[in-house]
Each structure stands twice: as structure tokens, then as C-alpha cells.
Design a protein around this ligand. Structure first.
Ligand code: FE
Length: 209
């Protein structure tokens, strides 16, 4: 099972080293040969992480919150229960807290130790999320990183809050609903929710009409 708590390794590169890839493959082959694992089960798990979990799950949650104020209130007060309502499973038993962006607060996520990330809502983390520069700089100078690295300037009168995830507690950002989306259905709203808007390094997409 993929795991993102390699707290001993503080020098992440952007792709697994080749020797690790080879070792993983060798282990998998050995376990299949010994009858410990079923190759179809391994394929199923990989398929699950690569295709079935992804930002579309978080986007569904955000769209529901935008469309339904009562759901939004439950989501920001007790995300674990609110996510269960939408059958979003907790992959590793971790708690989720949803932090809401407002006119006065902009939230952004990081894991300063490694790469803890709300997998069950957003799928696999982007490479930059795991990178050392992002993990160290977003805490020290979030406004600069957001502006320079993500082209997301935050106004001076908006407070930036940085949330540091860990193995037991993960965060997701609830971005602000874009203007001019009043008549949209939940399905239409869902399409506007970007992965980065749920990390806090981007905004939802704009309507293209
Ligand atoms: Fe971590």
C-alpha cells in the first residue's frame, strides 16, 4: 500500500531512484512466486490509486458545500462525519479537517516533514508538494511562494494560514465559490474545482462563457 510517511527521508527527489523501482519489482515478483500475493490484486490496488482516487472526489465535496450551506456548515465543523455522508472513505484512518477560504483568510497546505496529503480526497500528491523548496518556503514566506511560484498573489488585507499535515491529521482547503456561478448545478460547479484550489495554491477555474 502506498505510504507517504517517510519521515526519515528529508531529501526527496522527484522520482523514485531506479534501484528502488527495481527492488520493488523484484519483491513483487518474489511474493507472487511464493503465492503471498495475487498479481490481479496488486494491479487492482495500483489501478485504484492511479485512476479511481483523485481530485474529482474532493471536487465533489467542494461542489456540495458550495451548493448546500447546511452541508458546508457540517463540513467545516466535522469533516470526518460530513465526508462519510458522501461515502468518502478514510484510507489510513486519519482525521480530515476542512479549512474554508473567505474574503479575509486564505488557507494553504503543506507537510513540512514529508508529504502527508489528503489522498482520499485529492489522489496522488503533485511532485512539487513533496519537494524540499516548497515544504520549507511555504511556511516561512507563504505570500512570496504563492505569488512567485503559483501566480497567486494574496491581497495584503487577507490573512494567509499555512496548515502542516501529519500522519494523523490531514487538511483540505474549501475554496471560495467563484462569482457568477449562481445558476449552476452541483455537477457544473464540480468541474470548476481544481486540485490546486483544494491545496490553496490555486483558485477554482473561471466560467468560460
Ligand atoms: Fe508527512
Amino acid at each position: 500500500m502506498p505510504h507517504d510517511h517517510d519521515h526519515d527521508d528529508h531529501s526527496h527527489s522527484h522520482a523514485p531512484p531506479e534501484d528502488i523501482v527495481v527492488r520493488v519489482k523484484a519483491l513483487e515478483n518474489l511474493m507472487i512466486k511464493k503465492g503471498f500475493v495475487d498479481p490481479a490484486a496488486v494491479d487492482e490496488i495500483v489501478e485504484h490509486y492511479e485512476r479511481r482516487i483523485g481530485p474529482h472526489i474532493g471536487a465533489k465535496v467542494v461542489a456540495r458545500a458550495w451548493a448546500n450551506p447546511a452541508y458546508k456548515a457540517r463540513l467545516v465543523s466535522d469533516a470526518n462525519a460530513a465526508l462519510a455522508e458522501l461515502d468518502v472513505s478514510r484510507l489510513q484512518g486519519e482525521d480530515i479537517v476542512v479549512v474554508e477560504n473567505t474574503d479575509k483568510i486564505h488557507n494553504v497546505l503543506v507537510c513540512t516533514l514529508c508529504s502527508c496529503y489528503p489522498w482520499n480526497l485529492l489522489g496522488l500528491p503533485p511532485v512539487w508538494y513533496k519537494s524540499t523548496p516548497y515544504r520549507s518556503r511555504i511556511v516561512k514566506e507563504p505570500r512570496v511562494v504563492l505569488k512567485e511560484d503559483f501566480d497567486l498573489p494574496v491581497a495584503d488585507d487577507v490573512e494567509v494560514r499555512v496548515w502542516d499535515a501529519n500522519a494523523e491529521l490531514r487538511y483540505m482547503v474549501l475554496p471560495q465559490r467563484p462569482e457568477g456561478t449562481d445558476g449552476l448545478s452541483e455537477e457544473e460547479l464540480e468541474k470548476l474545482v481544481t486540485r490546486d484550489s483544494m491545496i490553496g495554491t490555486g483558485q477554482p477555474a473561471r466560467l468560460t462563457k
